[in-house]
Design a protein around this ligand. Structure first.
Ligand SMILES: Nc1ncnc2c1ncn2[C@@H]1O[C@H](COP(=O)(O)OP(=O)(O)O)[C@@H](O)[C@H]1O
Ligand SMILES: [Mg+2]
Length: 342
């Protein structure tokens, strides 16, 4: 890319951000600017010299690109994609981008804020167990292009659950723990971990990916630590706060750890059903205050339950294990003997 082209690109991005601020409000404009500032930053004065001299040397920021971070492609040409039938709850449709099948998420009128938050998070992450975002389009409708998947883990269980053995279930848990450990290392908290938001990655059914960052919080940028997660998966302190305004609690890595443990519980049940007394906020809070926890799933090895999961349900968030610790011990116990307690 020549110096002139790069400067035109930077100017174009600034104009685009300015137009967005005028037409759609400051949040969209700032999101566009932040997203593409990094692309422009790749070309510093030194880079121009290097490129003009024809001496292409590896640059720090290009190395960042090699890690596939901050490189969501911007699609300007509306001919390069098509959208088709709706999938899921309505904000997604099937689509084709440059001849590749994709899932297209459209920024809905009343869901723009969470759309841009989700977009910024996808632009920051790249991990084999996190759904891959491929590109973004800012147009009459703003769109995020994601890898198209066939099943969520919830749907996979209802279709093929019977065929899945304990080894595979353990693998799912290790992969989700790996993805969550990565997210926490980037100071991102998911805030809505559950089997509905885990997708089956490929035809083999052996690999899973974390998706749905609509409730996620980037601890480095977001100052509002309000949570809109799912009651059955919410940590004790968040449930308590929801019924007692004087109780103080915020979303944290430890609240994700609680939700991870509930997700593992679902995985070993191969279902999204809960006992009748673990559904309402008041019941769940009362259960945990009386020392009553979810019952151990029959398929879940005792050693994992006792030394990993029960610690995640500690009422004190600071006493819960970290995702890094959980990942490590899940691998360690991967070959643990299966002891049923019924
Ligand atoms: N990449 C994808 N490929 C195929 N279907 C998807 C994909 N992402 C989401 N879906 C479908 O859309 C549903 C809702 O998506 P999600 O991101 O979880 O949003 P929300 O739960 O906030 O509505 C999912 O349960 C799934 O059925
Ligand atoms: Mg969801």
């Amino acid at each position: 890319m020549t110096k002139q082209l790069v400067m035109n690109h930077a100017k174009h991005v600034r104009i685009q951000a300015f137009v967005a601020i005028l037409t759609r409000g400051a949040f969209v404009g700032v999101a566009i600017f932040a997203l593409f500032k990094r692309r422009c930053r790749k070309h510093t004065a030194d880079d121009f010299k290097t490129l003009e001299n024809g001496l292409i040397k590896p640059l720090k920021l290009f190395q960042q690109c090699e890690k596939k971070e901050g490189i969501l492609e911007m699609i300007r040409d509306v001919q390069s994609f098509k959208t088709g039938k709706y999938i899921g709850g309505g904000s997604y449709s099937r689509g084709v981008l440059k001849n590749m099948p994709v899932a297209v998420k459209v920024a809905l009128k009343n869901g723009r804020k969470s759309f841009y938050k989700e977009l910024q998070i996808y632009d920051k992450v790249s991990h084999p167990n996190i759904l891959e975002a491929k590109a973004v389009h800012f147009g009459i409708e703003d769109m995020l292009f994601l890898g198209l998947r066939k099943f969520s883990l919830k749907h996979y269980f209802s279709n093929f659950g019977k065929n899945l053995g304990i080894e595979q279930l353990k693998q799912y848990c290790i992969q989700i723990a790996d993805g969550m450990k990565y997210l926490h290392s980037k100071n991102i908290i998911h805030c809505d971990l559950k089997i509905d938001n885990i997708l089956i990655k490929d035809e083999s059914g052996e690999n899973v990916e974390i998706s749905d960052f609509g409730c996620a919080i980037d601890l480095e940028h977001d100052h509002e630590l309000k949570v809109n997660g799912t009651i059955t998966h919410m940590a004790y302190e968040l449930l308590k706060k929801s019924i007692n305004a004087n109780y103080s609690a915020t979303a944290s890595k430890a609240t994700d750890v609680w939700s991870f443990a509930v997700t593992v519980w679902q995985i070993f049940h191969k279902s999204d059903k809960f006992p009748y007394n673990f559904i309402k906020v008041g019941d769940i809070v009362a259960n945990y205050e009386n020392g009553k926890k979810l019952p151990k799933p029959v398929l879940l090895p005792e050693i994992i339950w006792r030394y990993n999961l029960l610690r995640c349900f500690d009422l004190d968030p600071s006493s819960r294990p970290s995702m890094a610790e959980l990942h490590k011990t899940l691998i360690k116990y991967h070959n643990a003997p299966i002891v049923s307690t019924i």
